[in-house]
Write a protein that binds this ligand. Structure first.
Ligand code: NDP
Length: 293
């Protein structure tokens, strides 16, 4: 069996198109331009690439992009002052602080300083609590993108056995909450899980969010299961170059899975598309407009 490839790149393009339509409508009806502020502290090269891509795509869908690049030694007070300023700025509907922050900054403190209504990453403790209790919240972008692809592929997820490998606050835990919200039977696996292979073999849906190149081999995948690979790992490639691989061994897993996301071109593009969608949602909520579906 050869798996259907879930094309996150193409799906993300349709999400962005819808976002662009909403943005145009909001501008025309209300004269409001949804705005996203991205804060980058320090010079982590991967973070700089993400921030550049986010800014570019924000502008492409017609939204305003406000980039704040701060020096690596920025003080917590200065960062919190910037967040306070962005919280109060009516032109800013979404605020994203690029993680990881330099070690001298307390990420929890910084994230929880963001107005929850503008917390388009969904990491503020209020949004985490709202999601956990099934209330309207800002949903973290990567798990939201994964859920959208799963819903698109399966329709209903009700009653399916889902295994999420990884329990980070950014991906694993919110992913599990979303799957539970869609009535899956959810297992969260992590580095202390006993016999991970057996746990994964039970799953109708596997979401891998570990950060270890190709650690899940094809023979762990149940025949016909759906595999969502969140991992982004850079490994040595041909001719001294590097290449990106996921947490799942794509070649062997796609022989057994019913459907699978590639890396790159799967979860990654959906994450930014969901960030744009969350910003439009935040703008609509702030202005009493109907929310996009
Ligand atoms: P974290 O490092 O925060 O979490 C990794 C998780 O994997 C932890 O819960 C850890 O368990 C678990 N883990 C580590 N080793 C094993 C193992 N041998 N067996 C089972 N579980 C293990 O990573 P993130 O959640 O932030 O990211 C995960 C991956 O997803 C990374 O590759 C990252 O680059 C990628 N990513 C991709 C995004 C996208 O847009 N596509 C967005 C965000 C992340 P424990 O808690 O016990 O230590």
């Amino acid at each position: 069996m050869s798996a259907k490839i879930i094309d996150g790149k193409a799906f993300a393009a349709t999400v962005r198109e819808k976002v662009a339509g909403h943005v145009a409508h909001i501008k025309q009806e209300r004269g409001i331009t949804p705005g996203l502020a991205v804060v980058l502290v320090g010079e982590d090269p991967a973070s700089a690439v993400y921030v550049r891509n986010k800014g570019k795509q924000t502008v492409e869908v017609g939204m305003a992009s406000f980039e704040h690049k701060l020096a690596a030694d920025t003080s917590e007070e200065a960062l919190l002052a910037l967040i306070e300023q962005l919280n109060a700025d009516p032109e800013v509907h979404g605020i994203l602080v690029q993680l990881p922050l330099p070690a001298h900054l307390n990420s929890d403190l910084v994230i929880n300083a963001i107005d929850p209504a503008k917390d388009v990453d969904g990491f503020h403790i209020s949004n985490v609590g709202l999601l956990g209790t099934g209330q309207k919240s800002m949903v973290p972008c990567t798990p939201l993108g994964c859920l959208m692809m799963l819903r698109d592929h399966h329709g209903s997820l009700s009653g399916m056995d889902a295994v999420v490998v990884g329990r980070s606050n950014i991906v694993g835990k919110p992913m599990a909450q979303l799957l539970l919200g869609d009535s899956c039977t959810v297992t969260i696996a992590h580095s202390r899980t006993k016999d991970l292979a057996e746990v994964v073999r039970r799953a109708d849906i596997v979401v891998a969010a570990v950060g270890r190149p190709e650690m899940i081999p094809g023979d762990w995948i149940k025949e016909g299961a759906t595999v969502i690979d969140v991992g982004i790992n850079r490994v040595p490639g041909d001719a001294g170059k590097t290449r990106l691989v996921g947490d799942v061994d794509y070649a062997s897993a796609s022989e057994r899975a019913g459907a699978i996301t590639p890396v790159p071109g799967g979860v990654g593009p959906m994450t930014i598309a969901c960030l744009l969608a969350n910003t439009v949602t935040a703008c609509c909520r702030a202005n009493g407009l109907p929310e996009p579906e």
